[in-house]
Design a protein around this ligand. Structure first.
Ligand code: GTP
Ligand code: MG
Length: 217
């Protein structure tokens, strides 16, 4: 029979590792509730919902370990919590670009979450044409042990950007990350078309909003 020698410190880390997925899931639930409340209020104020849908996911343990390795970091619970910001992920898909920035502005002013980092791939798309606004936030959880801030990566994009990103993702894996040049070229053109569609929709948003624009949250 094996005799396991496990110290107090290792036991504490093991307990921490065990409860991490639950904590991240709770953070996602809390955040989703906040967004739903904003969405409801927005609808009452402006007569339409800015958000098409919301998706959440917890990163698989294998992907977390792969990412630590890629970053040249030791596989410890501390590194996972402190160095990997997208263990909990939320994607919010909007109809209009402008509403993404309205929501960002609103999030900046809330005191029940903290913005840690913003990457604006809408203002500055990736070379392949990828567009999205990535925001890392920390959400507080009130636990018996005290308050604990959990990080969540929020990706905000329009329906057109989401459609493009889904296709690109499929092709990226179909070609095992070596997308042939002519496909890259087509994707870049498709990204331009998606951008043009968003710009057209911007005009339609004005029609929907009319004078109510000033009252947006
Ligand atoms: P890692 O988080 O270490 O991957 O690097 P990073 O923080 O620099 O990544 P970034 O914030 O730029 O992107 C993180 C996530 O955005 C990815 O996991 C994807 O979900 C999405 N993403 C980024 N670039 C692309 C892209 O070119 N195509 C698609 N489809 N998704 C992308
Ligand atoms: Mg990232």
């Amino acid at each position: 029979m094996y005799q396991w020698e496990i110290g107090d410190d290792q036991l504490r880390k093991l307990e921490e590792w065990k409860k991490l997925p639950t904590l991240y899931q709770l953070a996602l639930d809390e955040l989703k509730n906040k967004i739903k409340l904003i969405q409801t209020e927005w609808k009452i104020l402006n007569g339409y919902s800015p958000i098409e849908h919301i998706k959440t996911r917890i990163k698989e343990p294998k992907s977390i370990l792969d990412k630590l390795e890629r970053k040249g970091l030791e596989m410890t619970v501390d590194n996972m919590v402190n160095k990997i910001h997208d263990i909990a992920g939320m994607r919010i898909v909007f109809s209009f670009v402008k509403d993404i920035y309205k929501l960002l502005d609103h999030l900046r002013h809330r005191d029940d979450l903290t913005i840690i980092e913003i990457k604006d791939y809408i203002a500055k798309p990736k070379p392949n044409g990828y567009q999205s606004l990535h925001v890392i936030v920390a959400v507080p959880l009130t636990l018996f042990e005290g308050q604990r801030w959990m990080k969540v990566e929020i990706q905000m994009r329009t329906l057109a950007m989401d459609f493009w990103a889904s296709m690109e993702h499929i092709l990226f894996y179909k070609y095992d990350k070596q997308v042939p040049p002519h496909v890259v070229q087509e994707l870049t053109e498709a990204a331009k078309a998606a951008d043009a569609l968003d710009k057209k929709m911007h005009g339609l948003r004005r029609e929907i909003m009319g004078a109510a624009e000033a009252s947006l949250p």
